[in-house]
Structure formats: C-alpha cells, structure tokens
Design a protein around this ligand. Structure first.
Ligand SMILES: Cc1ncc(COP(=O)(O)O)c(C=O)c1O
Length: 423
C-alpha cells in the first residue's frame, strides 16, 4: 500500500467507480492526498480513497537519486559541477548538434536565444498562435512583437502556408513549435528563412527526440530550445536547453546566460546578461533521464498505438496524425472531440474527472489571451482546435489496461454528454 495512505490509516485505493450516473459521482468532494509510484494520484472522495489517472507523471529512478546524492555529498550544488558538462554533451549527442547550453527553464532558453540573436525593440518574430504562452512572452521580454499565425488542422502546428503573408521588413525570426511532440513542417519554413534572410528558433520544449525527415528536432533551425519541466519527456524538475551548430552563437548564449561575464576576465561584463544557469543538481537528474530516454520514447509510442486502436471506433473523434515526414514522440496524446462547444468539452472533462481520469484542454491560442488579443475570426483553425482539443493521460507508466479504461470512459463521456444535451 502507498506509504501516505498507510500513515493516514486509510483503506487501500479502490479502482475508479465505473458506470454510475453523473449525479451520484463524488467529484465535488474529492481532494488530492498524494501520488503513488505508478503515476496515479490518490484522491479521497466521500467513500474513501480513489485512484486517479494523471495526465502526466515524471519517472524518477534510482540513478537520478544516486546522481543527486552525489551532488549533495560533493557540495557541488550550484551552477558548477561535472553533471552540467556531462548533460550538455549527452544532450548535444542526443540532438546530433555541436552545442547544447543548459538554462534554468524552457522560457529562459527561448529568451536567451532571442537575445543572443540580437532580436530587440522594433523587431517582429513569427510565432504560432496555438502554443504555450512562453513562446510569445519570450518575444515580448525582448521588446519585440510576436506576429501570430494560425495552425494546421491536422498537426496543430504552425500553418506554413500562412507564414509568408505575415513577413514584413521588420521580421527577424520564426519560432515554429513542435506542438505536443509532432514536428512542424520544417522544409517549408527553411525555404522562407532563406528567401527572407531570417533566423529560425525551433521551440522543441515538448518534442525531445522527435524527428523531421530523419533529423532530430533541435538540429534543424539556427538554434532550438527545450524545456525540462516535470511533465516533459526528459525532466530536470525545472530546466531548459538551447542547441545549435553555430560556434559563435553558442559562445554568445553562454555569455548572456552567465550574467554576461567575460569567460576570461572575472567580474568583467561587456554586455547586460542574465542569470539563466541550471544547477548541477538539475543536470544530474537530466543525465540520469537521458540514460533511459530511448526506453521512455518507446513507451510513449506504444502508448499512442494502444490509444489509437482503442479510440478509432468513436464516431467523430479525431485522433492525432503522424505525417510521413514526422516521427511523433507523443508528449501528449491529443484528440479533437466531435464538433462541440467549449462548454460541452468541459462537460466531457468533468465526466472523465468524476471517473478518475485527469485531462487537459489544448492551450488557449495567443489571440484569445488579453496580452495578445486579436479577432478570433483571423485564426479560425486554432480557435476551433482550442475548443475541441483534449489531452488524455500520456505518461510512461500507463498500462494497456489504463488506456482501455480511459478510452472506455471517454466513449461514455461523449455519449452521456450528447444525451444530456439532447434531453
Ligand atoms: C511549447 C512550449 N514552449 C516553452 C515552454 C516553457 O518551458 P518552461 O515551462 O520550462 O519554462 C513550454 C512549457 O511547457 C512549452 O510547452
């Protein structure tokens, strides 16, 4: 039994209650009481503890613990230490690039890349409207303007056909995001980059190990950025990375990351830099994670194939695609619900929640958020996808039985919500 439950003297967690009418479900009375080692949150309802399948779960093993203990024992706990160079070297090899520069999170990685590329006030940077807010925020941190582009309805990535009309004399860079683990269509982007002499920063926060025409993401653009937040495929708790093949850019990235201090002259700061350094402790976790990344990626692919076979029979449900140029890593298994409103999507989520299945909606597109607000009619596909999109539990510890359970509950949720709307 899970330690926390034993300490509290509660009964063992029972399986989710299946098949009760919504009115009898106890969701309102739930409270989280912990997480077990199988990636399930343990919840309390009125009748006692209940299992909940989490949307994401970090897998932390004995190697991670050993490496972290080594940092603590050796006292190398800040941003100097052997695990930092080891993690950078291993990650560069993983992405097939010359340089990998650690940062303290994925947002600072994007900001650092923009700063090192000299992007600032008056510049425009093209970003997909359907992304996590960090992509657009990092552009604003530089005083530059994010210019939004609608998404492709199949891959959910930036619609490459819509980019060129957004390029102006002020455009300096494009940031394609490999959303939810599926690579963006890089060839079309690289053509534009060449034609208009732009930089391309791949935002690969969600796509560790994904491939575009057999090239690992992170090795295709001028540079690329990654996040190692706790829900990512490779995690360091909080953390980030910038990868590049450009020696000069790599040197600038290191300079700006470390307060702009000249590497050959202590306390001499020729530029205004930042403290965006990763700790040796975070890098130690990253080293351990990278040692088993192939297994992590294989498990996610297997999980996606289970979902795809379980869900293929649900009428109107749109499953994630994998284009012929892509190797998807399924950071999230994202489905589009049959035509619905945001309220209906929320009812489906509530139903699933009441059956112990955690989900996440797709991100709000930037054009719907107050700092970036624009007319939704200009971005019809992203607007629709943000209404219909649903991320199902996607992590390495889910079993085939878990996937069958989630799929069955999703089927029931769609039916039940449809019935209640017709009544
Ligand atoms: C697409 C994308 N870009 C950037 C980030 C920012 O990364 P972090 O949370 O590590 O700052 C995230 C985080 O989830 C993300 O999903």
């Amino acid at each position: 039994m899970d330690e926390r439950l034993r300490i509290s003297g509660a009964a063992p967690a029972r399986e989710c209650v299946v098949g009760l009418p919504a009115a009898e479900e106890p969701s309102a009375a739930w409270s989280i009481c912990g997480r077990n080692q199988k990636g399930n949150q343990l919840m309390h309802d009125r009748k006692g503890p209940i299992r909940k399948i989490s949307v994401a779960f970090p897998v932390i093993g004995e190697t991670e613990k050993r490496y972290v203990a080594d940092c603590l024992d050796s006292s190398w706990i800040s941003s100097i230490g052997k695990y930092l160079s080891r993690f950078e070297e291993a990650f560069a090899e993983f992405c097939e690039v010359k340089h990998a520069i650690t940062t303290n999170n994925g947002t600072t990685a994007i900001h650092l890349a923009l700063v090192a590329l000299g992007i600032g006030p008056g510049d425009e940077v093209i970003v997909p409207t359907l992304t996590f807010v960090a992509t657009a925020n990092a552009v604003r941190y530089c005083g530059a303007t994010p210019v939004l582009v609608d998404c492709d309805e199949e891959t959910l990535n930036i619609d490459v056909r819509a980019i060129e009309s957004k390029i102006t004399a002020r455009t300096r860079a494009i940031i394609p995001v490999h959303l939810y683990g599926h690579p963006a269509d890089m060839d079309s982007i690289l053509e534009l980059v060449k034609k208009y002499n732009l930089h391309v920063i791949e935002d690969a926060a969600e796509a560790h190990g994904a491939k575009y025409r057999a090239r690992t993401v992170g090795s295709i653009g001028t540079c690329a950025t990654f996040s190692f937040y706790g829900n990512k495929i490779v995690t360091t708790g909080e953390g980030g990375m910038v990868t590049t093949n450009d020696d000069e850019l790599a040197a600038k990235l290191r300079l700006y990351r470390g307060q702009g201090m000249d590497p050959n002259r202590r306390y001499w700061h020729p530029v205004i830099g930042y403290n965006y350094r990763m700790t040796n402790i975070a890098a130690a976790i990253g080293c351990a994670q990278l040692e088993r990344v192939d297994e992590a990626l294989a498990r996610r692919k297997r999980l996606a194939s289970w979902y795809s076979s379980e869900l293929s029979q649900i009428p109107g449900l749109v499953l994630p695609v994998q284009k012929d140029y892509a190797e998807h890593v399924y950071w999230m298994y994202t489905v589009l619900l049959p035509e619905c409103s945001a309220e209906t999507r929320d009812l489906v989520r509530e139903f699933l929640e009441s059956r112990g299945v955690e989900t996440r909606p797709v991100f709000y597109p930037m054009h719907l958020l107050p700092p970036y607000e624009e007319n939704p009619a200009r971005y019809p596909k992203a607007t629709q996808i943000s209404i219909r999109g649903l991320n199902l539990p996607t992590h390495e510890l889910l079993t085939e039985a878990d996937v069958a359970h989630v799929s069955e509950q999703l089927d029931s949720a769609i039916r039940s919500v449809r019935l209640s709307l017709c009544a």
